[in-house]
Design a protein around this ligand. Sequence first.
Ligand code: ZN
Length: 260
Amino acid sequence: MCPRGARLLSGEGGLLAATRLVCHCLLIEGAEGLVLVDTGFGLEDVRKPRQLGLAFTSLCRPQLDAAETAISQIRELGFEPGEVRHILTTHLDLDHAGGLPDFPDAQVHLLGRELEAAMHPGWRERQRYVAAHWAHGPHWVEHAVDGDQWLGFDSVRILPGSDAEILLIPLPGHTLGHTGVAIRQGEGWLLHCGDAYFNHREVQTPPSCPPGLSLFEALDQVDGAARRQNLERLRELAQRHAGEVQLICSHDAHTLASGR
Ligand SMILES: [Zn+2]
């Protein structure tokens, strides 16, 4: 996405220049097949950008390109899309759920609270959820918090019968059922924080955030107190478990470019 206002959104560039926000998805290869974390925009979004809504396309200016969709990149890696058996969505916003129709046979894991919010959106949430993204009838797998903990956070293990340690970490605020996804990597963990923050400097100590991005985060939240509290907890996690837990978020182009 290339919204205008680079200096306010990224801290660099001209006031009216475009900046770049990515949609950071993860693909995990394991014994249970492929697991996809978030789906970005999908082929139908490329064919019919209007389904994303005029407000979103004119403000966020997504550069829709079939080659950049998850399904195309998965094919490019030599896999078949049908090998994606499980999808974890951090939440169902249009820039995270657009690729769901490209994997109609996959099981889609999320918190029940997020599914409820997306299926019955209030007036403030109508813009963010696009019903066309689930018109194909996904195989939803709803999860609920059951008392398990991960480094002080609630956690829900996906695929409990498998060797892969993949956890949903509830981080509400941006949306009601927003989650992070923690993935075991050797001795440590990778935590995809979704839209719990937008710029890597927000979880550094001392934290900072370009003012336009702070404003955007506040305008785009459904529960500000919960969002700010979770951001603080993520900062503490990054500080206390530096070296053990690597944090990434959905839209920071710097993190994707750094290859971490
Ligand atoms: Zn997003």
